[in-house]
Ligand binder design. Structure first.
Ligand SMILES: C[S@@+](CC[C@H](N)C(=O)[O-])C[C@H]1O[C@@H](n2cnc3c(N)ncnc32)[C@H](O)[C@@H]1O
Length: 214
């Protein structure tokens, strides 16, 4: 199956009674890291149904939410209308494998951009650095540990297979940043994740936040 078909099918068939795969809530690491930034323009890569994009818009950001799945984006757009931020989010269907940045943003964010497919994640994130405006921030949140058979706290089961999960040092190295970019966060952080039986366990996320010089 092709990645586009896989993700579209996932968003069509894994919905809960609300018609959503994810909770619609912001990822805790994104909330923490973006809280002290001055709202401006933001690009969310692999936005899914837009839990982070919706929150950013509610904080005053003007957001472009990009994902490969039209169904995920349609869910996000409906949520944006319901939450009164439809005019602050542009929903863009694109495949990041072929995507090339054509403008710059004050914040480029990516949360849990993982896939069961062998895909060029490093190259995509490296390319994302070119979409960061002078003085802007690149924020990359990822799984630090695989979540087999587990629901993470904003949604349903995460893909179990796929390429190995990089630690934050590897994410940073893969970005091949110019020497004058500032590393503001390079961390592994814990959070609680819900198991299918309703209990919770502690999992780790990787957080990389870098700033382009003004
Ligand atoms: C694990 S989900 C994370 C979604 C969201 N960021 C969140 O935290 O809830 C990964 C997302 O990446 C998207 N994705 C995977 N491959 C992609 C690609 N090649 N181009 C664009 N989006 C892609 C999927 O459709 C999915 O929404």
């Amino acid at each position: 199956m092709e990645p586009a078909e896989f993700w579209e099918q996932r968003y069509r068939t894994h919905r809960d009674e609300r018609g959503q795969v994810w909770s619609g809530r912001v990822n805790p690491a994104v909330e923490r890291e973006a809280a002290d930034l001055t709202p401006g323009s933001a690009l969310e890569l692999g936005s899914g149904e837009g839990g982070d994009a919706l929150w950013l818009a509610e904080q005053g950001w003007s957001v472009t939410a990009l994902d490969i799945s039209p169904t995920a984006l349609a869910v996000g757009a409906a949520q944006a209308a319901a939450r009164g931020v439809a005019d602050r989010i542009a929903w863009m269907q694109a495949d990041l494998v072929t995507w090339r940045p054509d403008t710059e943003y004050d914040l480029v964010a990516s949360a849990f951009f993982h896939s069961p497919f062998d895909f060029p994640r490093k190259e995509i994130l490296r390319r994302a650095t070119r979409a960061v405006a002078p003085g802007g921030t690149l924020l990359i949140v990822g799984h630090g540990t695989p979540l087999p058979g587990l629901e993470h706290d904003h949604g349903r089961q995460h893909a179990e297979s796929g390429p190995p999960l990089p630690d934050p040092d590897e994410v940073l190295a893969d970005l091949e940043l110019p020497a004058d970019w500032v590393v503001e966060r390079n961390a592994v952080v814990s959070r609680e994740a819900a198991l299918p039986d309703g209990t919770t366990i502690e999992v780790s996320d990787t957080v990389v936040r870098v700033r382009r010089p003004a």
